[in-house]
Design a protein around this ligand. Structure first.
Ligand SMILES: [Ca+2]
Ligand SMILES: [Ca+2]
Ligand SMILES: [Ca+2]
Ligand SMILES: [Ca+2]
Length: 172
């Protein structure tokens, strides 16, 4: 990545995320008092994106760049049933919400619900990938990314993977 720290920060802000401590929701994942920040797919995506990992190439351009952040948020918005993937179930949900002019169907983020949002929906379905939390964690874990060090011991190993698997069970 050629982006410096400042533009990274600006992009993060533009994406509506903030790195402030108040966003971190502690959870006692193992019931033994071990506190772990709740895993956020957005956070894992941004870490994979910052590291230039292929899993973050959401617009399938072969490059990991700023367009992938936009594609990620558009794909995430098109995941109408919020199950973490884009599939046929989202199509029915999209039309139902679109007919009701539900703001959730405003997929081009222009404040209105119209034909352009249907177009944005199918563009996202056909052209963008929405990486799963599993795929993102895998990529970060395999490359030894600090974001995968869930127990904060400075080593990326099976213990961190066990925490990840455990967090999925508790968060459903
Ligand atoms: Ca790309
Ligand atoms: Ca979905
Ligand atoms: Ca719209
Ligand atoms: Ca660790």
């Amino acid at each position: 990545m050629k982006l410096g720290r400042t533009s990274m920060f600006a992009l993060t802000l533009a994406a509506g995320l903030s790195a402030s401590a108040t966003d971190i929701v502690p959870s006692d994942y193992d019931g033994h008092g071990t506190i772990l920040p709740e895993l956020s797919t957005d956070k894992l995506f941004l870490a994979a994106w910052a590291a230039g990992l292929a899993v973050a190439d959401t617009d399938r351009s072969g490059l990991v760049d700023g367009f992938d952040i936009e594609a990620y948020y558009k794909a995430a918005a098109a995941d109408m049933n919020r199950d973490g993937s884009l599939g046929s179930a989202d199509i029915g949900e999209m039309f139902a919400r679109w007919v009701d002019a539900d703001p959730i169907a405003d997929l081009n983020f222009d404040g209105g619900v119209d034909g352009a949002d249907i177009e944005a929906f199918f563009t996202a379905m056909e052209s963008y990938d929405l990486p799963s939390q599993d795929a993102l964690f895998d990529a970060l874990w395999q490359t030894g990314n600090a974001e995968a060090d869930l127990n904060g011991d400075g080593v990326i190993d099976r213990a961190d993977r066990a925490i990840f698997e455990g967090s999925k069970k508790t968060s459903g």
